[in-house]
Design a protein around this ligand. Structure first.
Ligand code: HGY
Ligand code: MN
Ligand code: MN
Length: 421
């Protein structure tokens, strides 16, 4: 099919790269890498900076009741609906400066490029910086996209962190009123596409030597919290045979997560947070808390992994006289992306003379929630060494700009093709 006239990034994308540099400076520099955690003043500053940039770019912008920053570039008024694009600007602790930020900065540059080229789409373009995409201390991720898609529930607001504080009581730090978050739910019935640009965060594109990744599906994620309760005793006088060591029961369960997840090439299991109490070198731990997760593109495997972990934790507790509590936190099913949109993006990539491959995303994304309601596509650019969620996270500027051009021209192509229907 004939392609729409290609549009380039004005100023060769310098402004986009400058925006990424500015966002990279709005971080907690007392930590290695880049940290802008949701629920912090820094995150509020970051989202207000995005709001100001949206307005400077001529978008009608606001922050919704769930903390999402939303800017709209009006289309030609033909009433054909909306196209949405965006990502997130919060980071993990000591993470990288590209995860999420590339998608928000590029989405903003798409709006600027349309204006600079005098291109008015037949659809309104909605640019979004989703609030709190990363897993927060309450075990919840994709908060803004859950709220916008009407998937945020009172149970989510009741989720507790390690200090026992409910998520709803922690939102004040983000200037979000938990009692109004439901107002952010949007009627998405007129949205013909959501397209998100993101760094791959994995090794595949670099290994294959391809410039662009087109995502076929996004992994399912099943997070858990487990608490092991034993008996605090003297490390030197308590015989091994009478101990009720919560720390050892937890450690055995952590290894079980690794064993279960190592069964399949695409399955993943991680025990990312372990807390011992009283956490003293000469005291047998009374309690141990483990927060972790399973991931897979196969929902059935995740269900199987849950059962296996429950059995393993119980066994590790039983053989030590240690109590076991295992709580599954809000989980996400694997989600397929839109095949028609993937096809259009593939044609745009070829038209731009770029190489591409198709792959599944082992990382979770706001797109997983958008895909439950609207046709969704994700475009990846390579991560150096496949590293992410660490200070070593890096993507070449040329790859970012190539990804932004694919995002821009894919959005134009989707609008043009939809408008001719
Ligand atoms: O955890 C993830 O996969 C995403 O980076 N939030
Ligand atoms: Mn991300
Ligand atoms: Mn991330």
């Amino acid at each position: 099919m004939r392609m729409a006239q290609r549009i380039g990034l004005p100023d060769d994308g310098e402004r986009l790269l400058d925006d990424l540099e500015t966002l990279a400076g709005l971080v907690d520099d007392s930590l290695p890498g880049w940290t802008r955690s949701a629920l912090t003043d820094l995150d509020v500053d970051g989202r207000h900076w995005v709001l100001a940039r949206m307005r400077e770019a001529g978008l009608d912008a606001h922050i919704d009741a769930a903390g999402n920053v939303i800017g709209v570039l009006a289309g030609n008024g033909s009433g054909r609906g909306r196209i949405m694009t965006g990502s997130h600007t919060d980071t993990v602790l000591s993470g990288g400066r590209f995860d999420g930020n590339v998608g928000v900065a590029s989405a903003l540059e798409v709006a600027r490029s349309l204006r600079a080229s005098g291109t008015t789409l037949a659809h309104d373009l909605v640019v979004i910086d989703f609030f709190n995409e990363e897993v927060n201390p309450h075990g919840l991720s994709c908060v803004g996209s859950r709220a916008l898609t009407g998937a945020l529930t009172p149970a989510h607001l009741a989720a507790r962190n390690q200090e026992g504080t409910a998520f709803g009581d922690a939102l004040g730090g983000a200037r979000v009123d938990p009692n109004r978050m439901h107002e952010a739910a949007m009627d998405l019935s007129d949205v013909i596409a959501y397209v998100e640009l993101h760094v791959e965060q994995g090794p595949n594109l670099e290994a294959q030597g391809t410039q662009i990744g087109l995502v076929t599906d996004i992994t399912g994620v099943a997070p858990f919290r487990s608490l092991f309760t034993g008996r605090q005793d003297h490390a030197g006088t308590t015989p091994m045979s009478v101990r009720r060591d919560a720390g050892c029961a937890a450690a055995g369960t952590v290894l079980a997560v690794e064993t279960i997840a190592s069964e399949q090439e695409t399955s993943r299991g991680t025990s990312g947070s372990i807390t011992f109490t009283p956490d003293a070198v000469n005291v047998i731990n009374e309690t141990a808390e483990v927060w972790g997760e399973f991931r897979s593109p196969d929902g059935e495997w995740i269900a199987h992994a849950r059962e296996r972990l429950a059995q393993a934790a119980e066994a590790e507790g039983a053989k030590r006289g240690v109590g076991v509590e295992l709580e599954w936190l809000p989980s996400e099913e694997p989600v397929p992306m839109s095949e028609p949109l993937l096809g259009i993006a593939g044609e745009v990539v070829a038209d731009l003379g770029l190489s591409h491959s198709r792959l599944y995303s082992g990382a979770g994304h706001d797109a997983a929630f958008m895909a439950l309601q609207v046709p969704t596509a994700m475009v990846f650019v390579p991560s150096q060494g496949g590293r992410s969620h660490c200070p070593e996270e890096f993507t070449e500027s040329a790859d970012i700009l190539a990804g932004a051009e694919v995002l821009l021209n894919t959005i134009v192509e989707i609008s043009v093709r939809h408008a001719v229907r």
